[in-house]
Unconditional design. Structure first.
Length: 241
């Protein structure tokens, strides 16, 4: 059940503020989620690879910066305890005790080391998202719609806002004195509704209020629950302001 605070979050996103036309990506075959950290010396190659595959028309990319490497001496400027917990929840859902960076999840079902190009390429081969999700942008509003599909159980509709790119000069830790370019940087992740297997989903959100000041894009994801943990991703779409 969605908590009252999440309903209040959705309710707060009601305004008619105008926005510029958005770049939409509405027919992906894969959503890839990289768990990374500015304090991890093994992560820059994965960050670069995510930037590359994120330009593909059939892939939506997100980088979740975790906070558990902060103890080394550099606090990740995008790190979040919530994203570390999201990664732990993925592991728990799949019966695993270990988490690591750089971990790349593909459609919420499989994971590979995010810096291994051949493994990432193989993981993306023949992937499909079974539930089409559509976005339409008009007059500063974003309309989200998806048809039902009774092969699947009721699932949550997640909104993930992201910052498309940033350059970070790292002053301490394993990547000390490096300047690294990051892309597809997740900033917030919230449930905004439910997808019903019989009726699908439909809602409209104001883009300006939704993005706030930290983000210039967003991804909408239909994701199954696995005993209260994140499960398979059924569909997704993105836009960039």
């Amino acid at each position: 059940m969605i908590s009252r605070s999440l309903f209040l979050f959705a309710a707060a996103l009601i305004s008619t503020a105008p926005s510029a036309a958005a770049e939409l990506k509405t027919n992906p075959t894969a959503i890839v989620e990289l768990f990374t950290s500015q304090g991890c010396s093994s992560c820059p190659p994965a960050d670069a690879l995510l930037s590359e595959i994120g330009t593909r028309p059939d892939v939506i990319a997100l980088a979740y910066h975790v906070d558990y490497w902060d103890y080394i001496g550099w606090r990740d400027t995008f790190g979040s305890a919530a994203f570390s917990q999201y990664q732990r929840d993925y592991a728990a859902a799949r019966g695993k005790a270990r988490i690591y960076t750089p971990q790349l999840m593909v459609n919420g079902a499989n994971d590979v080391v995010g810096s291994r190009r051949s493994d990432v390429g193989a993981a993306l081969t023949d992937e499909q998202l079974p539930v089409p999700l559509r976005l339409e942008e008009s007059n500063g509003m974003l309309t989200i719609s998806a048809l039902g599909d009774n092969r699947f159980a009721e699932s949550k509709l997640w909104l993930v806002t992201f910052k498309s790119e940033a350059e970070v000069a790292i002053g301490r830790g394993e990547n000390k004195d490096r300047v690294i370019d990051y892309t597809h940087i997740a900033r917030e992740r919230h449930v905004v509704g439910m997808w019903d297997p019989d009726f699908g989903a439909s809602l409209t959100l104001p883009i300006k209020d939704m993005l706030g000041t930290e983000s210039d894009g967003a991804v909408v994801v239909i994701q199954q629950d696995a005993n209260g943990k994140p499960g398979r991703i059924l569909g997704g779409a993105s836009f960039l302001q």
